[in-house]
Design a protein around this ligand. Sequence first.
Ligand code: ZN
Ligand code: MN
Length: 475
Amino acid sequence: MVYENPDGVKIGLEVHVQLNKLKTKLFCGCSTDYHNDEPNTHVCPVCLGLPGSLPVINERAVEFAIRIGLALSCEIVEQTQFHRKNYYYPDLPKGFQTTQYDYPIASKGKVIIEGEDGERVIRITRAHMEEDPGRLQHIGTIEKSKGTLINYNRSGMTLIEIVSEPDMRSPKEARRYLDKLRSILDYLDVFNGDLEGAMRVDANVSVFGGERVEIKNISSFKGAERALLYEIMRQKNHVRRGGEIVMETRHFDEARGVTISMRTKEAEHDYRYFPEPDLVPLRVAERAPEIQKALPELPDARRERFLRQYEMSNMHARALTNEIKVADFYEDVAGKVNPKDAAVWVADILRGELNYRDLGIDAFAAKDIVTIIELVTENRITEQSGVEVIRTILDHGGKPQDIVKDKGLLKVEDDIVAKAVKEAIAENPEAVTDYLGGKEKSLNFVVGKVMQKTKGRADAREVRERLVKDLNDQS
Ligand code: ZN
Ligand code: MN
Protein backbone atom coordinates (compact mmCIF):
# COMPACT_ATOMS: atom_id res chain seq x y z
CA MET A 1 0.00 0.00 0.00
CA VAL A 2 1.50 3.31 -1.05
CA TYR A 3 0.11 6.57 0.22
CA GLU A 4 -0.47 8.82 -2.79
CA ASN A 5 -0.97 12.15 -1.00
CA PRO A 6 -3.45 13.46 -3.59
CA ASP A 7 -3.40 17.05 -2.29
CA GLY A 8 0.37 17.29 -2.18
CA VAL A 9 0.28 18.11 1.52
CA LYS A 10 3.64 19.03 3.01
CA ILE A 11 3.96 19.64 6.71
CA GLY A 12 7.03 20.72 8.64
CA LEU A 13 7.08 21.29 12.38
CA GLU A 14 9.06 23.51 14.70
CA VAL A 15 8.91 22.27 18.23
CA HIS A 16 10.14 24.29 21.19
CA VAL A 17 11.05 22.00 24.06
CA GLN A 18 11.61 23.52 27.48
CA LEU A 19 14.42 21.71 29.27
CA ASN A 20 12.72 22.04 32.61
CA LYS A 21 14.76 19.27 34.24
CA LEU A 22 17.75 21.58 34.37
CA LYS A 23 18.05 23.12 37.83
CA THR A 24 18.87 26.63 36.61
CA LYS A 25 18.09 28.82 33.62
CA LEU A 26 20.22 29.11 30.47
CA PHE A 27 22.22 32.25 31.29
CA CYS A 28 21.66 32.86 35.02
CA GLY A 29 21.36 31.02 38.30
CA CYS A 30 17.58 31.45 38.72
CA SER A 31 15.79 28.24 39.57
CA THR A 32 13.61 26.58 36.93
CA ASP A 33 11.16 25.28 39.49
CA TYR A 34 8.66 28.13 39.18
CA HIS A 35 5.54 26.37 37.99
CA ASN A 36 3.69 26.62 41.31
CA ASP A 37 5.13 29.94 42.42
CA GLU A 38 3.96 33.56 42.31
CA PRO A 39 4.72 35.52 39.12
CA ASN A 40 8.10 37.26 38.91
CA THR A 41 9.67 35.45 41.86
CA HIS A 42 12.30 33.53 39.85
CA VAL A 43 14.06 36.49 38.26
CA CYS A 44 17.36 38.38 38.34
CA PRO A 45 19.01 41.18 36.34
CA VAL A 46 20.09 38.72 33.62
CA CYS A 47 16.72 37.13 32.86
CA LEU A 48 14.96 40.49 33.28
CA GLY A 49 17.33 41.89 30.65
CA LEU A 50 18.53 44.79 32.80
CA PRO A 51 21.23 46.94 31.21
CA GLY A 52 24.77 45.92 32.09
CA SER A 53 23.94 42.38 33.16
CA LEU A 54 26.02 39.64 31.55
CA PRO A 55 24.98 36.10 30.61
CA VAL A 56 26.92 33.01 31.72
CA ILE A 57 26.19 29.80 29.81
CA ASN A 58 24.78 26.83 31.72
CA GLU A 59 27.16 23.96 30.92
CA ARG A 60 24.57 21.32 31.74
CA ALA A 61 22.15 22.90 29.24
CA VAL A 62 24.76 22.46 26.50
CA GLU A 63 25.15 18.83 27.54
CA PHE A 64 21.38 18.27 27.38
CA ALA A 65 21.27 19.86 23.92
CA ILE A 66 24.05 17.57 22.65
CA ARG A 67 22.26 14.58 24.15
CA ILE A 68 19.07 15.53 22.27
CA GLY A 69 21.01 16.15 19.04
CA LEU A 70 22.65 12.72 19.23
CA ALA A 71 19.36 10.97 20.04
CA LEU A 72 17.91 12.54 16.88
CA SER A 73 20.88 11.17 14.87
CA CYS A 74 22.16 14.70 14.22
CA GLU A 75 25.65 15.91 13.51
CA ILE A 76 27.03 18.02 16.34
CA VAL A 77 28.62 21.23 15.14
CA GLU A 78 32.35 21.75 15.71
CA GLN A 79 31.84 25.15 17.26
CA THR A 80 28.60 26.90 18.09
CA GLN A 81 27.89 30.58 18.51
CA PHE A 82 24.94 32.43 19.99
CA HIS A 83 23.29 35.25 18.05
CA ARG A 84 20.96 38.08 18.92
CA LYS A 85 17.59 37.92 17.20
CA ASN A 86 16.30 41.45 17.43
CA TYR A 87 12.64 42.20 17.94
CA TYR A 88 10.66 44.46 20.17
CA TYR A 89 8.04 42.89 22.39
CA PRO A 90 7.45 43.12 26.14
CA ASP A 91 8.06 39.40 26.72
CA LEU A 92 11.76 40.13 26.09
CA PRO A 93 12.83 43.41 27.66
CA LYS A 94 16.38 43.17 26.23
CA GLY A 95 14.95 43.78 22.77
CA PHE A 96 16.46 40.58 21.41
CA GLN A 97 16.36 36.85 21.97
CA THR A 98 19.65 35.06 22.50
CA THR A 99 19.50 32.12 20.12
CA GLN A 100 21.64 30.16 17.66
CA TYR A 101 21.57 31.11 14.01
CA ASP A 102 24.06 29.85 11.46
CA TYR A 103 25.86 27.49 13.86
CA PRO A 104 23.04 25.51 15.49
CA ILE A 105 24.37 22.97 17.96
CA ALA A 106 22.88 20.04 16.00
CA SER A 107 21.69 19.49 12.42
CA LYS A 108 20.88 16.89 9.72
CA GLY A 109 19.17 14.31 11.89
CA LYS A 110 16.15 12.07 11.54
CA VAL A 111 13.20 10.61 13.40
CA ILE A 112 11.48 7.42 12.25
CA ILE A 113 7.70 7.33 12.52
CA GLU A 114 4.90 4.97 11.62
CA GLY A 115 3.66 6.76 8.49
CA GLU A 116 0.47 6.42 6.42
CA ASP A 117 2.09 3.50 4.57
CA GLY A 118 4.69 2.01 6.89
CA GLU A 119 7.89 3.31 8.39
CA ARG A 120 8.88 6.76 7.33
CA VAL A 121 11.92 8.91 7.91
CA ILE A 122 11.28 12.51 8.92
CA ARG A 123 14.41 14.56 8.41
CA ILE A 124 15.50 16.98 11.12
CA THR A 125 16.90 20.17 9.67
CA ARG A 126 18.36 21.50 12.88
CA ALA A 127 18.06 21.71 16.64
CA HIS A 128 19.27 24.87 18.29
CA MET A 129 19.40 26.34 21.77
CA GLU A 130 17.72 29.57 22.77
CA GLU A 131 16.19 31.33 25.74
CA ASP A 132 12.48 31.29 26.49
CA PRO A 133 10.83 34.73 26.65
CA GLY A 134 8.52 35.76 29.48
CA ARG A 135 4.84 34.99 29.40
CA LEU A 136 2.09 37.50 28.69
CA GLN A 137 -1.03 36.97 30.75
CA HIS A 138 -4.47 38.52 30.69
CA ILE A 139 -7.25 38.84 33.20
CA GLY A 140 -10.08 36.89 31.62
CA THR A 141 -9.99 36.79 27.83
CA ILE A 142 -7.46 38.67 25.72
CA GLU A 143 -10.21 40.91 24.25
CA LYS A 144 -11.81 41.92 27.56
CA SER A 145 -8.70 42.19 29.75
CA LYS A 146 -7.94 45.77 30.90
CA GLY A 147 -4.26 45.25 30.22
CA THR A 148 -1.44 42.83 29.71
CA LEU A 149 0.50 41.34 32.61
CA ILE A 150 3.94 39.87 32.19
CA ASN A 151 5.43 37.02 34.16
CA TYR A 152 9.19 36.70 33.76
CA ASN A 153 9.56 33.45 35.68
CA ARG A 154 9.79 31.67 32.35
CA SER A 155 12.20 34.19 30.87
CA GLY A 156 15.62 32.67 30.30
CA MET A 157 14.53 29.02 30.54
CA THR A 158 16.49 26.79 28.17
CA LEU A 159 14.65 25.90 25.01
CA ILE A 160 15.75 23.59 22.31
CA GLU A 161 14.00 24.30 19.02
CA ILE A 162 13.74 21.22 16.82
CA VAL A 163 12.99 22.02 13.18
CA SER A 164 11.92 19.30 10.75
CA GLU A 165 11.93 19.24 6.96
CA PRO A 166 8.42 19.37 5.39
CA ASP A 167 8.36 15.56 5.24
CA MET A 168 4.97 14.85 6.78
CA ARG A 169 2.07 14.26 4.40
CA SER A 170 -0.94 14.35 6.71
CA PRO A 171 -2.02 15.68 10.10
CA LYS A 172 -1.87 12.08 11.33
CA GLU A 173 1.80 11.80 10.40
CA ALA A 174 2.44 15.12 12.14
CA ARG A 175 0.79 13.78 15.27
CA ARG A 176 2.87 10.59 15.15
CA TYR A 177 6.03 12.64 14.73
CA LEU A 178 5.17 14.70 17.81
CA ASP A 179 4.39 11.59 19.83
CA LYS A 180 7.68 10.03 18.77
CA LEU A 181 9.63 13.16 19.60
CA ARG A 182 8.05 13.29 23.01
CA SER A 183 8.85 9.63 23.56
CA ILE A 184 12.55 10.16 22.72
CA LEU A 185 12.79 13.22 24.97
CA ASP A 186 11.05 11.28 27.71
CA TYR A 187 13.72 8.56 27.49
CA LEU A 188 16.48 11.19 27.62
CA ASP A 189 15.11 12.53 30.90
CA VAL A 190 15.60 16.15 29.84
CA PHE A 191 12.14 17.48 30.47
CA ASN A 192 8.85 16.87 32.19
CA GLY A 193 6.25 16.87 29.44
CA ASP A 194 3.37 17.32 31.86
CA LEU A 195 4.37 20.81 32.92
CA GLU A 196 2.62 23.76 31.27
CA GLY A 197 4.43 24.88 28.11
CA ALA A 198 6.93 22.01 28.07
CA MET A 199 6.47 21.44 24.32
CA ARG A 200 5.12 24.13 22.00
CA VAL A 201 4.46 23.59 18.34
CA ASP A 202 4.47 25.82 15.26
CA ALA A 203 3.53 24.19 11.97
CA ASN A 204 4.26 24.96 8.33
CA VAL A 205 1.84 23.59 5.80
CA SER A 206 1.35 23.82 2.05
CA VAL A 207 -0.88 22.06 -0.50
CA PHE A 208 -0.51 21.47 -4.26
CA GLY A 209 3.07 22.76 -4.12
CA GLY A 210 1.91 26.26 -3.14
CA GLU A 211 3.33 28.74 -0.65
CA ARG A 212 3.71 27.61 2.92
CA VAL A 213 1.64 29.02 5.74
CA GLU A 214 2.87 29.06 9.31
CA ILE A 215 0.47 28.29 12.14
CA LYS A 216 1.32 29.57 15.61
CA ASN A 217 -0.18 29.19 19.05
CA ILE A 218 -0.71 25.45 19.02
CA SER A 219 -0.80 24.31 22.63
CA SER A 220 -1.26 20.55 22.40
CA PHE A 221 -0.59 17.62 20.06
CA LYS A 222 -4.28 17.13 19.54
CA GLY A 223 -4.50 20.85 18.78
CA ALA A 224 -1.74 20.43 16.18
CA GLU A 225 -3.71 17.74 14.40
CA ARG A 226 -6.90 19.82 14.46
CA ALA A 227 -5.17 23.01 13.34
CA LEU A 228 -3.57 21.18 10.41
CA LEU A 229 -6.81 19.49 9.35
CA TYR A 230 -8.55 22.85 9.31
CA GLU A 231 -5.73 24.68 7.54
CA ILE A 232 -5.38 22.05 4.79
CA MET A 233 -9.09 22.21 4.13
CA ARG A 234 -9.00 26.02 4.06
CA GLN A 235 -6.12 26.11 1.59
CA LYS A 236 -7.69 23.51 -0.69
CA ASN A 237 -11.01 25.36 -0.79
CA HIS A 238 -9.25 28.66 -1.42
CA VAL A 239 -7.29 27.22 -4.36
CA ARG A 240 -10.40 25.56 -5.82
CA ARG A 241 -12.18 28.91 -5.80
CA GLY A 242 -9.34 30.34 -7.84
CA GLY A 243 -7.59 32.00 -4.92
CA GLU A 244 -3.87 32.14 -4.32
CA ILE A 245 -2.14 31.07 -1.12
CA VAL A 246 0.18 33.75 0.22
CA MET A 247 3.01 33.19 2.63
CA GLU A 248 1.67 34.29 5.97
CA THR A 249 1.48 33.53 9.67
CA ARG A 250 -1.85 32.39 11.05
CA HIS A 251 -2.98 31.97 14.61
CA PHE A 252 -4.85 28.87 15.78
CA ASP A 253 -7.98 29.67 17.74
CA GLU A 254 -8.26 26.53 19.86
CA ALA A 255 -11.81 27.22 21.06
CA ARG A 256 -13.23 27.66 17.56
CA GLY A 257 -10.90 25.22 15.83
CA VAL A 258 -9.97 27.71 13.08
CA THR A 259 -6.82 29.52 11.92
CA ILE A 260 -6.87 33.31 11.60
CA SER A 261 -4.50 35.48 9.56
CA MET A 262 -2.10 37.47 11.77
CA ARG A 263 0.41 39.11 9.47
CA THR A 264 2.43 38.44 6.38
CA LYS A 265 5.47 36.57 7.55
CA GLU A 266 8.55 38.58 8.33
CA ALA A 267 11.69 37.54 6.51
CA GLU A 268 14.79 36.40 8.30
CA HIS A 269 16.67 39.63 7.55
CA ASP A 270 14.05 41.61 9.52
CA TYR A 271 15.55 40.21 12.71
CA ARG A 272 19.03 41.66 12.07
CA TYR A 273 20.78 38.63 13.53
CA PHE A 274 24.30 39.29 14.71
CA PRO A 275 26.75 37.33 16.90
CA GLU A 276 26.21 37.79 20.64
CA PRO A 277 29.33 39.64 21.81
CA ASP A 278 28.79 38.69 25.48
CA LEU A 279 29.13 34.93 24.85
CA VAL A 280 32.21 33.28 23.40
CA PRO A 281 31.89 30.57 20.74
CA LEU A 282 31.75 27.08 22.27
CA ARG A 283 33.64 24.06 21.00
CA VAL A 284 31.02 21.34 21.36
CA ALA A 285 31.74 18.44 18.97
CA GLU A 286 34.58 17.25 21.20
CA ARG A 287 32.07 16.55 23.98
CA ALA A 288 29.88 14.37 21.74
CA PRO A 289 31.66 10.95 22.02
CA GLU A 290 31.49 10.82 25.79
CA ILE A 291 27.81 11.92 25.79
CA GLN A 292 27.00 9.40 23.05
CA LYS A 293 28.43 6.61 25.21
CA ALA A 294 26.16 7.56 28.10
CA LEU A 295 22.96 7.70 25.99
CA PRO A 296 20.23 5.38 27.29
CA GLU A 297 18.56 2.74 25.14
CA LEU A 298 16.09 4.75 23.03
CA PRO A 299 12.48 3.84 22.10
CA ASP A 300 13.25 2.22 18.70
CA ALA A 301 16.03 0.07 20.15
CA ARG A 302 13.92 -0.92 23.12
CA ARG A 303 11.00 -1.88 20.90
CA GLU A 304 13.31 -4.08 18.78
CA ARG A 305 14.62 -5.73 21.93
CA PHE A 306 11.10 -6.34 23.31
CA LEU A 307 10.15 -8.03 20.02
CA ARG A 308 13.18 -10.32 20.20
CA GLN A 309 13.42 -10.95 23.91
CA TYR A 310 9.75 -11.35 24.83
CA GLU A 311 8.35 -12.51 21.45
CA MET A 312 5.44 -10.12 21.62
CA SER A 313 3.41 -8.56 18.82
CA ASN A 314 4.53 -5.34 17.18
CA MET A 315 1.48 -3.62 18.59
CA HIS A 316 2.34 -4.62 22.13
CA ALA A 317 6.00 -3.68 21.66
CA ARG A 318 4.98 -0.23 20.48
CA ALA A 319 2.46 0.30 23.26
CA LEU A 320 4.90 -0.86 25.93
CA THR A 321 7.93 1.19 24.82
CA ASN A 322 6.32 4.51 24.00
CA GLU A 323 6.72 5.79 27.55
CA ILE A 324 9.86 4.87 29.44
CA LYS A 325 7.89 4.44 32.69
CA VAL A 326 5.57 1.90 31.06
CA ALA A 327 8.54 0.03 29.55
CA ASP A 328 10.26 -0.16 32.94
CA PHE A 329 7.02 -1.26 34.60
CA TYR A 330 6.55 -4.01 32.01
CA GLU A 331 10.07 -5.34 32.42
CA ASP A 332 9.62 -5.39 36.17
CA VAL A 333 6.46 -7.50 35.77
CA ALA A 334 7.88 -9.69 32.97
CA GLY A 335 10.75 -10.67 35.26
CA LYS A 336 8.29 -12.31 37.66
CA VAL A 337 5.58 -13.93 35.53
CA ASN A 338 5.32 -15.28 31.99
CA PRO A 339 6.32 -12.29 29.77
CA LYS A 340 3.55 -13.04 27.29
CA ASP A 341 0.89 -12.91 30.00
CA ALA A 342 2.53 -9.76 31.31
CA ALA A 343 2.28 -8.13 27.85
CA VAL A 344 -1.46 -8.79 27.60
CA TRP A 345 -2.19 -7.67 31.15
CA VAL A 346 -0.06 -4.53 31.05
CA ALA A 347 -0.48 -3.38 27.43
CA ASP A 348 -4.13 -4.21 26.91
CA ILE A 349 -5.95 -4.57 30.20
CA LEU A 350 -4.17 -2.35 32.72
CA ARG A 351 -3.40 0.44 30.23
CA GLY A 352 -7.01 0.38 29.08
CA GLU A 353 -8.27 0.83 32.64
CA LEU A 354 -5.69 3.57 33.31
CA ASN A 355 -6.46 5.48 30.11
CA TYR A 356 -10.15 5.30 30.88
CA ARG A 357 -9.45 7.05 34.20
CA ASP A 358 -6.87 9.40 32.69
CA LEU A 359 -4.15 7.96 34.94
CA GLY A 360 -0.50 7.17 34.33
CA ILE A 361 1.26 3.89 35.04
CA ASP A 362 2.46 5.25 38.41
CA ALA A 363 -1.11 4.89 39.66
CA PHE A 364 -0.63 1.12 39.87
CA ALA A 365 1.96 -1.01 41.68
CA ALA A 366 3.87 -3.58 39.61
CA LYS A 367 3.67 -6.09 42.46
CA ASP A 368 -0.16 -5.88 42.41
CA ILE A 369 -0.42 -6.73 38.73
CA VAL A 370 2.05 -9.59 39.33
CA THR A 371 -0.25 -10.97 42.05
CA ILE A 372 -3.30 -10.67 39.82
CA ILE A 373 -1.58 -12.40 36.89
CA GLU A 374 -0.48 -15.21 39.23
CA LEU A 375 -4.00 -15.67 40.60
CA VAL A 376 -5.38 -15.93 37.07
CA THR A 377 -2.69 -18.21 35.65
CA GLU A 378 -2.89 -20.48 38.71
CA ASN A 379 -6.55 -20.70 37.89
CA ARG A 380 -7.66 -19.40 41.27
CA ILE A 381 -9.68 -16.47 39.92
CA THR A 382 -11.20 -15.93 36.50
CA GLU A 383 -9.80 -13.42 34.02
CA GLN A 384 -12.94 -11.34 34.51
CA SER A 385 -12.32 -11.30 38.27
CA GLY A 386 -8.74 -10.18 37.58
CA VAL A 387 -10.10 -7.17 35.72
CA GLU A 388 -12.50 -6.51 38.58
CA VAL A 389 -9.60 -6.48 41.04
CA ILE A 390 -7.74 -3.92 38.90
CA ARG A 391 -10.82 -1.70 38.75
CA THR A 392 -11.39 -1.96 42.48
CA ILE A 393 -7.79 -1.01 43.27
CA LEU A 394 -7.97 1.99 40.93
CA ASP A 395 -11.31 3.22 42.24
CA HIS A 396 -11.11 2.37 45.94
CA GLY A 397 -7.60 1.15 46.68
CA GLY A 398 -6.77 -2.07 48.52
CA LYS A 399 -4.64 -5.18 48.08
CA PRO A 400 -5.44 -7.84 45.47
CA GLN A 401 -5.63 -10.69 48.03
CA ASP A 402 -8.02 -8.74 50.29
CA ILE A 403 -10.26 -7.75 47.39
CA VAL A 404 -10.43 -11.35 46.19
CA LYS A 405 -11.43 -12.44 49.70
CA ASP A 406 -13.91 -9.58 50.36
CA LYS A 407 -15.67 -10.00 47.04
CA GLY A 408 -15.60 -13.80 47.17
CA LEU A 409 -13.82 -14.04 43.83
CA LEU A 410 -11.92 -17.26 44.48
CA LYS A 411 -13.02 -19.85 41.99
CA VAL A 412 -14.97 -22.79 43.39
CA GLU A 413 -13.23 -26.14 43.49
CA ASP A 414 -13.24 -28.26 40.38
CA ASP A 415 -15.33 -31.07 41.87
CA ILE A 416 -18.04 -28.63 42.95
CA VAL A 417 -18.30 -27.34 39.39
CA ALA A 418 -18.40 -30.93 38.11
CA LYS A 419 -21.22 -31.73 40.52
CA ALA A 420 -23.19 -28.58 39.58
CA VAL A 421 -22.84 -29.43 35.88
CA LYS A 422 -24.17 -32.96 36.45
CA GLU A 423 -27.12 -31.62 38.47
CA ALA A 424 -27.97 -28.95 35.91
CA ILE A 425 -28.02 -31.54 33.13
CA ALA A 426 -30.29 -33.82 35.16
CA GLU A 427 -32.66 -31.01 36.20
CA ASN A 428 -33.13 -29.46 32.76
CA PRO A 429 -33.86 -32.29 30.32
CA GLU A 430 -35.80 -30.07 27.89
CA ALA A 431 -32.97 -27.62 27.34
CA VAL A 432 -30.54 -30.51 27.01
CA THR A 433 -32.69 -32.19 24.39
CA ASP A 434 -33.05 -28.89 22.48
CA TYR A 435 -29.30 -28.41 22.54
CA LEU A 436 -28.59 -31.96 21.38
CA GLY A 437 -31.20 -31.44 18.65
CA GLY A 438 -29.15 -28.54 17.28
CA LYS A 439 -30.44 -25.51 19.20
CA GLU A 440 -27.06 -24.11 20.25
CA LYS A 441 -28.67 -21.35 22.30
CA SER A 442 -30.30 -23.72 24.74
CA LEU A 443 -26.88 -24.38 26.22
CA ASN A 444 -26.79 -20.80 27.59
CA PHE A 445 -29.75 -21.65 29.77
CA VAL A 446 -27.96 -24.65 31.29
CA VAL A 447 -24.75 -22.60 31.75
CA GLY A 448 -26.85 -20.04 33.63
CA LYS A 449 -28.17 -22.76 35.95
CA VAL A 450 -24.63 -23.93 36.75
CA MET A 451 -23.56 -20.35 37.47
CA GLN A 452 -26.53 -20.00 39.84
CA LYS A 453 -25.55 -23.16 41.67
CA THR A 454 -21.94 -21.98 42.05
CA LYS A 455 -23.04 -18.42 42.98
CA GLY A 456 -21.18 -16.99 39.98
CA ARG A 457 -17.80 -18.15 41.18
CA ALA A 458 -17.16 -20.57 38.35
CA ASP A 459 -15.60 -19.54 35.06
CA ALA A 460 -18.44 -19.39 32.52
CA ARG A 461 -16.18 -20.46 29.68
CA GLU A 462 -14.97 -23.51 31.58
CA VAL A 463 -18.54 -24.40 32.59
CA ARG A 464 -19.56 -24.25 28.95
CA GLU A 465 -16.64 -26.47 27.90
CA ARG A 466 -17.39 -28.98 30.63
CA LEU A 467 -21.10 -29.06 29.70
CA VAL A 468 -20.34 -29.65 26.03
CA LYS A 469 -17.94 -32.43 26.94
CA ASP A 470 -20.33 -34.11 29.40
CA LEU A 471 -23.24 -33.94 26.95
CA ASN A 472 -21.17 -35.31 24.09
CA ASP A 473 -19.95 -38.14 26.34
CA GLN A 474 -23.59 -38.91 27.21
CA SER A 475 -24.98 -38.95 23.70
ZN1 ZN B 1 17.68 35.00 36.31
MN1 MN C 1 12.42 29.79 18.42
